[in-house]
Design a protein around this ligand. Structure first.
Ligand code: ZN
Length: 393
């Protein structure tokens, strides 16, 4: 068989295997949504992982569990290839932003084509897509190359333990597919901003503001001066934004403030901007704006950008496969960050937003279009098959 014929053969068998399984996919979505799994709830995210592992192992797919002390364990599933070494990687996070107990009052529900519930599109729908794509690939006996799926547990808080596992799994991969929710427009994500969040603390010196004002050093004044300079780094033309979204400080109106704190959010477009901006932020925070004050800067989370140069070729393949399956799709840019930035930053072709279409993520109105579960999973699997006959991307 020629390579192209082999690819078409795999793609058609996988598509046919998936076709009658829309009902099964929805049933699995309901099961996964109905397990609380906040990022900080290790038992919850582990329960989702164990459930996925059980489903995959029952199909004869090997699942490895990588233990983590503070957050949920990482689960890695693999369908081995026959012949070629360079693997394809699918990414999905099992954690949600919703508190433990949410399922009890607001579990999975469905109205028409819309499904609701905590994490229904972000990203339990995507997990279902990855599980079924992997099962379909296994059912046809595997592809020429290995297909790996990584299920992590702490994306919503910046992937403190997930990042290293994701980078290790992505190194040397042919391509990475992340099934974060498809956009409301039906599009996939070809570009994402990078982002970082910081905690700033300023120390000053307390003094009675009436009796000995001069002896004080106001941490609030120092922080205020820093905020003005930090906000001035925003440049819409280059896609850079800074936002101090939380401030706290001081003790009483008649005490020169001995302390102040702030939370800063930074978004940027390219890896080159990142280095420059972090340098400037450090300079601004460390400056002694008010004599007698000092400050510290702590990075809480850092996401790298998905630059379009790393997604373009893969998107063209996806668009063609989606058209064959029967839906039009375009690439879309978003200011939101995700794990796909880590893999794109390694130079590995990466495409994101491949999960079922959904919206209002992180709110009680979050929804997932159940009718998109099957076609999006078929397009994901078909794109993976297409790599059989595609050269380097
Ligand atoms: Zn997500």
């Amino acid at each position: 068989m020629t390579v192209t014929a082999e690819r078409t053969d795999f793609a058609e068998r996988i598509r046919a295997w998936l076709a009658p399984r829309a009902g099964e996919m929805e049933a699995m979505l309901e099961e996964l949504v109905n397990i609380d799994s906040n990022s900080f709830d290790k038992a919850g995210t582990d329960a989702v992982g164990e459930h996925i592992a059980k489903l995959l192992t029952a199909e004869g797919i090997t699942v490895t569990r990588i233990p983590k002390a503070d957050f949920g364990d990482v689960f890695r599933a693999e369908v081995p290839g026959h012949g070629q070494n360079q693997h394809v990687l699918m990414l999905g996070h099992r954690d949600t932003v919703f508190a433990k107990g949410t399922v009890k009052t607001r579990g999975y529900s469905r109205q028409g084509d819309m499904a609701y519930g905590p994490g229904v599109c972000d990203m339990k729908g995507g997990l279902v897509a990855n599980i079924f794509a992997l099962r379909a690939i296994k059912a046809v006996g595997g592809l020429p190359f290995p297909v790996v799926a990584l299920f992590t547990s702490d994306e919503e808080i910046g992937s403190p333990t997930g990042q290293a596992e994701i980078e290790a799994a992505a190194r040397g991969a042919r391509a990475v597919f992340n099934t974060e929710p498809g956009r409301v427009s039906g599009n996939v994500v070809t570009g994402r901003k990078g982002g970082a969040s910081f905690h700033i603390t300023v120390k000053g010196r307390a003094a009675h503001s009436g009796v000995n004002h001069k002896e004080g050093a106001s941490a609030i004044e120092a922080l205020a001066r820093k905020i003005v300079r930090l906000h001035a780094l925003t440049n819409y033309a280059t896609g850079v934004t800074t936002n101090v979204g939380v401030i706290k400080g001081g003790n009483t109106h008649n005490t020169v403030a001995p302390w102040a704190e702030a939370e800063l959010d930074l978004r940027f477009m390219t890896l080159a901007q990142r280095g420059e901006l972090i340098g400037e932020i450090e300079k601004i925070v460390m400056a002694e704006d008010v004599p007698g004050t000092s400050a510290t800067l702590t990075t809480k989370a850092l996401f790298l950008p998905l630059e379009e140069k790393n997604s373009r070729a893969l998107f063209e393949v996806y668009q063609k496969e989606a058209a064959t399956i029967g839906f039009p799709v375009e690439g879309e840019f978003t200011g939101g960050c995700a794990d796909s930035g880590f893999t794109a930053a390694l130079g590995v072709p990466t495409l994101c937003g491949l999960g079922p279409v959904g919206g209002k993520a992180h709110t009680d109105d979050e929804f997932c279009r159940v009718d998109t579960l099957l076609p999006r999973t078929q397009a994901l699997a078909a794109t993976i098959c297409a790599l059989i006959s595609t050269g380097a991307l």
